[in-house]
Design a protein around this ligand. Structure first.
Ligand SMILES: Nc1nc2c(ncn2[C@@H]2O[C@H](COP(=O)(O)OP(=O)(O)OP(=O)(O)O)[C@@H](O)[C@H]2O)c(=O)[nH]1
Ligand SMILES: [Mg+2]
Length: 241
């Protein structure tokens, strides 16, 4: 393994015991380490991860939290761990196979080519979402347009959760100030990176709806995003971002 430019894929999990073995199996062939952040999943996802840790020593790491504390704080915890362990390319990815592990090297390569934050986008080059109910697609697509309109972020898919940060981006963002938990978390990270002057770049990916396990998407997560974009813009305007 080439450890000069180490990459870490952070995967938050809540009840993903049927998905996580497949994700690990597909990722482990690439030049990446894996960090799973599990929130004490009642289906014992963590035990499944531990079984894989025995097989792939020093490639798979696990952080367990005491209960379901939300996606945003899980990622913040993972980012801090990644920086402490000197990873250069730090990726976010869902456990439910909506994100294709095969796209991971593409994200990392674009980051190596001088981009600071590379986003796997569902909405550049048309709409690339498989098996979503129309209602869900419309909410997501219009939500993206709305977030772009309010924040002026120059990207098509501001809520995407499949991305690769260069470590310098995460080092320069005050991670303890990041407050959002759901889709807003993705928008907030993009906005903070953009306002710090980092280069954002989108690559098209195909997003496939989960076939195993349950969605954790809720109305509350959508409302959070609706208000958070205004908060970010105002904080930026008064110089308190
Ligand atoms: N650690 C942790 N992981 C979470 C939490 N909420 C969601 N996740 C994980 O975050 C990823 C994305 O969550 P999903 O439920 O797939 O959300 P989604 O992709 O918007 O919804 P679907 O498209 O219906 O799957 C998955 O890997 C989840 O297991 C949480 O509170 N804590
Ligand atoms: Mg999902």
């Amino acid at each position: 393994m080439d450890k000069t430019n180490p990459a870490l894929v952070i995967i938050p999990t809540y009840n993903e015991k049927n998905n996580i073995p497949l994700v690990i199996k597909k990722l482990i062939g690439f030049d990446v380490d894996i960090l799973v952040i599990d929130d004490n999943s009642p289906d014992n996802t963590a035990d499944v991860v531990r079984e894989h840790q025995e097989e792939y020593k020093n490639r798979i790491y696990l952080i367990e939290r005491e209960g379901k504390l939300g996606l945003g704080t899980a990622y913040i915890k993972g980012f801090k761990w990644a920086l402490d362990h000197n990873y250069r390319f730090i990726l976010e990815m869902d456990a439910d196979l909506s994100h294709n592990p095969k796209d991971v090297p593409r994200l990392i390569n674009k980051c190596k080519q001088g981009n600071d934050l590379v986003i796997g986008s569902r909405y550049c080059n048309g709409v690339n979402v498989v098996n979503w109910p129309l209602k869900r697609l419309i909410i997501s697509y219009l939500g993206s347009r709305y977030a772009r309109f309010v924040t002026r972020l120059p990207i098509q898919d501001p809520t995407a959760g499949f991305k690769c940060f260069h470590n310098k981006v995460l080092e320069s963002i005050e991670l303890d100030n990041v407050r959002s938990t759901g889709y807003a978390f993705q928008i907030e990270m993009n906005y903070r990176a953009y306002k710090k002057g980092f280069k954002l770049h989108e690559i098209p990916i195909i997003f496939t709806e989960r076939t195993e396990g349950e969605s954790k998407m809720s109305k509350q997560i959508v409302y959070e995003a609706v208000f958070m974009v205004w908060k970010l813009v105002i904080l930026n305007f008064i110089g308190r971002l």
